[in-house]
Design a protein around this ligand. Sequence first.
Ligand code: NAD
Ligand code: IPM
Ligand code: MN
Length: 362
Amino acid sequence: MDATIVILDGDGIGPEVTAEAKKVLAAVAGRFGHDFVFDHQQIGGRSIDELGTSLPDETVEAASAAEAVLLGAVGGPKWDDPSLSDRPEQGVLALRKSLDLFANLRPVKLQPQLLSASTIKEETLEGVDLLVVRELTGGIYFGERKEPEDNFEAFDTMLYTRPEIDRVVRLAADSAMDRNRRLASVDKANVLASSRLWRSVATEALADYPELEVEHILVDAMAMHLIRRPADFDVVVAGNLFGDILTDEASMLAGSMGMLPSASLGDVSNRHDLPLGLYEPIHGSAPDIAGRGIANPLAAILSSAMLLRHSLGLEKEAEAVEAAVDAILDLGVRTPDIAQPGTETAGTEVLGNLVVQELSDS
Ligand code: NAD
Ligand code: IPM
Ligand code: MN
């Protein structure tokens, strides 16, 4: 297959981890006889510095024309000044919105080799394998807001419409039908009007899925259930902000932020009639470790596996990448975030090279 993949390195550890994911995609192309063209474009803080905007038009055009987009992460202390009119994060939000990528799939799967890497008890983690579907183009991220210009008053509006809720809940329900047929819908319906709409639209939509076991859970309780009984969950659907927070929490079920990939999908198709998607680790630019070559590249590499699966329809290739990640964890090589007693600590590049080697050898 021939495909164009736009690569957006971003800031901090973004370029470090996407470099490894790109190597892995190139290795997949070599092994399986595909022709991938990598088109590097700008986004985020570096783009503000060099081009004066967090999201150049050229990036949106290239992304729209491509089969898929692989993003590292954006942001950092350099661009945190609240008086700046553009922020690196706005680039990511605007890209998601302009491509209408309303469903952010965040699988949380614990690799058995990492059972003891988590701060949570092993018996609680046994069997953790869930998928969080986070609504990505609505909610409080995109509602009306007032900046604190007067340093006195500011607001953000959590706004949802029926179609926005309906489409993401149905996508989550379809995913649950292909998995273990359990769906938890998360809201704050005891307080928020937008959540009461969420719950009512979700209940109506889910009536079309009688085979599913459905729970509606308040977000504060969900934060607790995720730690108390994580293995009970199959698919979890949540609004933009709740899904963001719950998945950073859930990353600790998998051992580290550096392990969680994501795929953002919508209704737009690419040239091959598959969904155009944006693939990114759930983590950020990690300024505390940027430039040291120790970031875990596996979330980015696993995001490239999701890219192969969802936007290129290359299931066998996606599984080969996932198997290679599994194999290098078996080798006992770890970046510091997932280090365990008795394992060998290595850097970003070493892990990426090992995955490439596994792919080429197997
Ligand atoms: P972060 O995810 O960057 O880091 C949180 C913690 O996790 C840090 O201690 C970091 O070292 C660690 N960590 C994250 N990824 C890791 C990896 N691959 N390997 C090892 N350790 C890893 O979150 P933050 O510090 O709150 O945010 C930093 C910046 O990133 C902010 O500007 C934020 O807006 C931005 N951000 C961007 C994205 C994105 O571009 N999609 C996502 C989240 C945060
Ligand atoms: C994420 C990040 C982003 C979000 C930021 C950087 C805009 O935290 O992808 O999880 O909140 O969506
Ligand atoms: Mn986040």
